[in-house]
Design a protein around this ligand. Structure first.
Ligand SMILES: CC1(C)c2ccccc2-c2ccc(C[C@@H](CC(=O)O)C(=O)C(=O)O)cc21
Ligand SMILES: [Zn+2]
Length: 331
């Protein structure tokens, strides 16, 4: 089946997106029946799948359709003064004295969210609805959800020995919103339903060029590097970044491997975006094979940071101890 999104639209969108200081190569767009796809997923390489029919019934989930059918439950809506929605972990805010949350979230009905978006004026806050799909949604949405291509995605889960599906996030964003570069600890099939999303991806070995916040920081897993204004004095290795780009249109599904860095932009001028992601626990490591994969080294660094922070029972003493351990001895 030809991909729902046509090539000329994709190249128009590619010409519209923001340019950054690093080079980007295109992520392949393949049919899910292409034998190469199975190999790429096994090798944990990102790939765009054009014909999974993963969320076929969801293709009617325009913001308007959702407002009419999702019911009057409350949904989590993040708002930000800028287009950027930097994730932060509420539970870690206490450990960083002068932390000021960059976004606030409030619960509101979908209808209220859409009404606020439609009457938003220049200078008003940007808004991004993000909500785990659960049984509180209206019956038509539950019905559409049951018709997702669960046979196909369960086959991927089994073939790759992934763990349980942990959540499906429904994401409804204003055009132009940006989720800054970060990594997640789960495998992700990301289904695009409405509008266009541009992913910038970096493989896990680029950890040293992206300077993530400390693990105990509310912005754990997010990079400190601001791509719009990179500070090459504090983050010199950001100059070495080389990434990949995936532009998703309605019906496209991106396989986003665990620990891969990603920045996600709802392409400006292409309308509101609706997406659904599928987060799976990654396969347990069966046998340690050397050399270790970059993903395994990231997991190790996280555990060491957690151990030292807990053992010292203080965040201020972590850097001095780690510097005493390494500077002048291993460097
Ligand atoms: C920015 C936002 C709304 C948010 C705020 C506060 C806490 C969590 C999150 C959160 C988590 C996931 C996404 C979806 C996606 C990025 C994208 O599509 O924009 C992504 O990164 C992924 O699927 O892995 C988006 C968000
Ligand atoms: Zn993510």
């Amino acid at each position: 089946m030809a991909s729902a999104v046509n090539k000329s639209v994709l190249s128009d969108v590619a010409a519209e997106v923001k340019k950054y200081h690093f080079p980007l190569e295109d992520v392949p767009r393949l049919s899910c029946n292409d034998p190469v796809v199975e190999q790429m997923i096994r090798n944990e390489e990102p790939v765009i799948l054009t014909d999974t029919n993963l969320v076929a019934a969801g293709m009617q989930w325009s913001p308007q359709y959702l407002a009419e059918n999702i019911g009057n439950g409350l949904y989590t809506v993040y708002s930000s003064k800028t287009q950027k929605f930097l994730y932060y972990d509420d539970k870690k805010v206490a450990r960083v004295p002068d932390f000021s949350p960059p976004t606030v979230h409030e619960d509101m009905t979908f209808q209220n969210f859409l009404c606020k978006v439609n009457k938003r004026k220049e200078g008003d806050r940007w808004m991004y609805l993000q909500q785990s799909l659960n049984d509180t949604v209206g019956p038509p949405i539950v019905r559409d959800f049951t018709t997702f291509n669960w046979a196909w995605i369960s086959e991927q889960q089994q073939k790759n020995k992934w763990g349980a599906l942990t959540s499906n996030l429904l994401l409804v964003g204003m055009d132009g919103v940006i989720t800054p570069v970060h990594y997640d600890e789960q495998q992700n099939f990301f289904a695009q339903i409405c509008g266009f999303k541009r992913f910038i991806l970096f493989d896990p070995s680029m950890f040293g060029c992206l300077y993530p916040y400390p693990v105990y920081h509310p912005h754990d897993r997010q990079s400190q590097v601001d791509f719009d204004n990179p500070d090459f004095v504090r983050f010199p290795r950001a100059k070495e970044l080389r990434g990949r780009q995936a532009i998703l249109g309605p019906g496209d599904v991106l396989y986003l491997p665990v620990y891969w860095w990603h920045q996600v932009e709802s392409v400006p001028g292409r309308g509101m975006t609706v997406s659904v992601n599928f987060w799976y626990k990654s396969a347990p490591t069966e046998k340690i094979v050397y050399p270790l994969k970059p993903q395994q080294k990231v997991a190790m660094m996280r555990n060491i940071e957690k151990m030292i922070t807990d053992a010292l029972n203080s965040t201020e003493e972590v850097a001095p101890l780690m510097q005493a351990m390494v500077l002048g001895r291993y460097t």
